[in-house]
Design a protein around this ligand. Sequence first.
Ligand code: UD1
Length: 416
Amino acid sequence: MRGEVAISGSKNSALPLLFASLLTGERCRFRNVPELADIRTAIRLLQDLGVKVGALDGHGVELVADALTGHEAPYELVKTMRASFLSLGPLLSREGRARVSTPGGCAIGARPVNLHLNGLEKMGAKLEIVHGYVEAEAPARRNGRRLRGARLALDTPSVGATENLMMAATLADGVTEIENAAREPEIEDLANALGKMGARIEGAGTSVIRVEGVEELRGVDHEVIADRIEAGTFAVAAAITRGDCRLRGARAAHLDAFLLKLEEAGVQLDAEPAGIRVRGPERPRSVTVKTAPFPGFATDLQAQMMALMSIAEGSAVITETIFENRFMHALELVRLGADIAIEGNNAVVRGVERLSGAPVMATDLRASVSLVLAGLAADNSTEIGRVYHLDRGYERIEEKLCGLGADIRRARAPRA
Ligand code: UD1
């Protein structure tokens, strides 16, 4: 794989940002929004709620939530995309009430939302779970139904809970402090946009976030940060094919732990003004990887790293600490000739010299991309089923990979 690829805007940043538009009646413009199935789901939900949504040139989205017609996120949209649950905080904060379906489990684990709900309850919300929906109401205050600021401590630094609670706190009465907050770059991006909307937020990107509620927020024009997970995925594509690729727009600071591991594996990395250059070694070395909340090694890059380790010299141990069921790609990689043994949340990957193409099945977003990466390095051709998972999070992936020299075809049209 050789050449340059432009990294798209971050899916995980764009989703909460789109929901943040519910917090104001003024116009919000977001640039660099990736064109993805998950983004279309978020827009459909916002339109159902009465938000006017328009497309701007390129990758821009314009949203005006000046006359909301509903306050419900239906099961159909939450089960399609769990991030729809991020409508709860903004709706409750702006409208004083919300009815949002609970997400249920998903392919990579249980994924509860208790931290979101506990936090909102501490902020005075009355919550009931009825027929699979969270029905929430903010307390009546002299200035209408409003949440009130509170001191919150998350048991675990959940990205979604931090985002939901931070958004909810922007319009609450008084000060909210979120301790043990998630520190992911997407949280900082959201806080930056909210700040431009007039929110008073300190500490985003650290473990303690302080939000002083304001009466109302205004519109915003904001550019979404580059997708660090897409960048990391293309870095592995270069590394696994002894390639030389430039990832335009990628930010090394957002990928620290991951890049250190790539370097340890023998991959040559150069931070350049326009992005990151990645050169793959003749054969990578095995490295130990343990996923952790940011700034640790991202769980969303674990499957891709496993694909790389499957052809590395030596044995690698990969430990997944964030999600309990996130090794489903391992058995599919074994179908491609990888030697992987799973014991609890550890995967022992004994590198083989070559992988060999085979039909395999995608199970979730990052698992599916790890199969694409393995397929790039395998003899003969690899056929991957259920690629709609890929379209949830990777923009024009086959076009981008083909631009770098891969030979990939989509056998059937993508899902709408
Ligand atoms: C986000 C990302 C996802 C990434 C994950 C972890 C988006 C849209 N998705 O998901 O791509 O894999 O962060 O980096 O940004 N937990 C609880 N209770 C809760 C909430 C979470 O126990 O109320 C647990 C989860 O089960 C999990 C851990 O906390 O074990 C981290 O989950 P969380 O950070 O919330 O992930 P998401 O925000 O869902």
